[in-house]
Design a protein around this ligand. Structure first.
Ligand code: ADP
Ligand code: GN1
Ligand code: MG
Length: 368
C-alpha cells in the first residue's frame, strides 16, 4: 500500500510518473530512509527518499549545500578518471521550486536522490567486503584531496572531538542521568573514566599541526558503502551528512570499529565480540592502496590507535545516550544503547590486547 503522505511529499520533487512501490530501509540510527519506485509510462525509476533528523542536523541548508558541492566535485573527478558518474557518487534531485530539500507542513524535512540500481549494503563484513569498502573510502579521500575545505560547513561541530565529548557530554550524563540507568552501567562508566587520558591524543595532535586536516566522511560504517549485487565490487560511498574537514584517522578508525568487529555493533553475547585481524588487514590494504600517497608518518603511526579511539568514542556516545534516556540514536528496545555500548567497550578492550599485532600489520602493508 502506498502511503498518501509520502506520495504527497514526493509530488514536490522533480520526478515524473506514478509512485508504484515503497519500502522502508531501517539501517542507520539517525535518518528515516525509504526506497521508492516510480512508473513513468512503463519505465521504472527508483529513488531514495530520506527524512533528515533535524534534532541532529540543526542547519539543513548548510548540510545540503555541502552535499551538493561535494557530489558535484566528485562527478567532475569521476569523469576525468573515466568512471561512471551515475554510479560512483550520489545524485540528488531538487524540488519543483528549485530547493535542495522539501519541508512538509508539519516541519519534517525530506530529500530525494537516485537509487543506484542493482546495489546492496551490508551490516556485517567478510574480508573481501572490507577490502572493497577500504578501497571505496580511500578513493573518496583521494578524490576530495583538492576540494576547497573552507567551502564546507561544519554540520556537527567537534563531531570527533573525543575529549570534548567526554567532558561536555559523557561526564554531565553520568552526573545528571537517571540513577536507575547509572546503576546498570557502573563498570562501563569506570572503564571509560580509567582511559580518559588517552582520549585527547588525536585532537591535540591536530591542534598542534602534527596531523593534517583533510576533507573526510566521518561516518565510515560498512553500510555506508553500496556494492554491486553481481560483481561484489564497492560502487560508492553514501550517507554524506557528516562530510566535513576532519582527520583521515577518524575515517580509518571508524571503519575498523564497525567492519572488523567479529560480531554486530549491538551483539549481546560479549564472548562473540572482538577484533578480526583478518578484516582489519583487508580494510587497511584496500584503504591504503588508494590513500597512502599523501599519508604522513604521524598518520601511519596512528592508524591502529585510531581504531581503538573511534571504538571508545562511539561506545561512550551510546552510553551517554543511554544515561540521557535514548534521545539521540534510534533504538529498537529499552536497553539497546547499553547493549551497543557494552559491545563497543569489549571491542576496544580486545583491540588493546591486539594493538601490537595491529601495528605490525600496518607496518608490513606500508613497507611492502
Ligand atoms: P542513514 O542515515 O539512516 O544511515 P543511509 O544514507 O546510510 O541512511 O541509507 C540507508 C541505507 O539505504 C544504506 O545502507 C543503503 O542500503 C541504502 N541506500 C542509501 N542510498 C542509496 C542509494 N543511492 N542507492 C542504493 N541504496 C541506497
Ligand atoms: C550514526 O546515521 P548512521 O547510523 O550512519 C552516527 C555515527 C555513529 C553511528 C554508530 C550523525 O550513524 O556518528 O558512528 O551511528 N551518526 C551521527 O553506528 O551521529
Ligand atoms: Mg548510513
Amino acid at each position: 500500500m502506498i502511503d498518501k503522505d509520502i506520495e504527497n511529499i514526493l509530488s514536490n520533487f522533480c520526478c515524473d510518473g506514478a509512485l508504484c512501490a515503497l519500502e522502508t530501509f531501517n539501517k542507520g540510527h539517525i535518518n528515516k530512509t525509504y526506497h521508492v519506485c516510480f512508473d513513468d509510462c512503463g519505465a521504472k525509476n527508483e529513488y531514495i527518499l530520506q527524512e533528515i533528523n533535524c534534532n541532529v542536523f540543526k542547519n539543513v541548508d548548510a548540510l545540503m549545500d555541502n552535499i551538493f558541492s561535494v557530489t558535484d566535485f566528485l562527478r567532475k573527478k569521476i569523469n576525468e578518471e573515466g568512471g561512471n558518474e551515475n554510479r560512483e557518487t550520489l545524485h540528488f534531485i531538487k524540488t519543483r521550486n528549485g530547493s535542495k530539500y522539501y519541508t512538509a507542513a508539519n516541519g519534517n524535512v525530506y530529500r530525494l536522490y537516485i537509487f543506484v540500481e542493482n546495489s546492496v549494503s551490508y551490516d556485517f563484513g567478510t574480508a573481501e567486503l572490507l577490502f572493497q569498502s577500504g578501497m571505496a573510502f580511500g578513493k573518496f579521500q583521494r578524490r576530495l584531496s583538492d576540494f576547497p575545505a573552507e567551502n564546507l560547513n561544519e554540520t556537527i561541530p567537534d563531531f570527533h572531538n573525543t575529549a570534548l565529548r567526554y567532558e561536555n557530554e559523557f561526564l554531565p550524563a553520568v552526573a545528571n542521568g537517571s540513577l536507575t540507568r547509572k546503576n546498570m552501567c557502573n563498570n562501563e562508566i569506570d572503564f571509560i573514566i580509567s582511559r580518559k587520558d588517552k582520549l585527547p591524543r588525536l585532537t591535540k595532535m591536530a591542534a598542534a599541526g602534527a596531523l593534517p586536516v583533510r576533507v573526510t566522511h566521518n561516518d565510515t560504517k560498512l553500510n555506508n558503502v553500496i556494492f554491486d549485487k553481481d560483481s561484489g565490487e564497492a560502487i560508492c560511498v553514501i550517507d554524506l551528512d557528516t562530510v566535513m574537514p576532519g582527520l583521515l584517522l577518524y575515517d580509518f578508525g571508524d571503519s575498523i570499529r564497525f567492519g572488523a568487529n567479529t560480531a554486530a555493533e549491538d551483539e549481546k553475547d560479549l564472548s562473540k565480540v572482538g577484533i578480526s585481524l583478518e578484516n582489519f588487514e583487508a580494510y587497511a590494504r584496500g584503504f591504503l592502496s588508494q590513500a597512502s600517497g599523501s599519508l604522513t608518518q604521524a598518520e601511519s603511526q596512528n592508524l591502529a590507535f585510531s581504531a581503538w579511539l573511534m571504538t571508545m568514542e562511539v561506545g561512550m556516545r551510546f552510553l551517554t545516550d543511554f544515561l540521557n534516556g535514548d534521545k539521540y540514536f534510534s533504538t529498537a528496545y529499552p536497553e539497546h544503547n547499553l547493549v551497543r555500548a557494552k559491545c563497543q567497550l569489549k571491542l576496544a578492550l580486545d583491540m588493546e590486547n591486539n594493538m601490537e599485532k595491529m601495528n605490525e600489520i600496518i607496518s608490513s602493508i606500508l613497507n611492502a
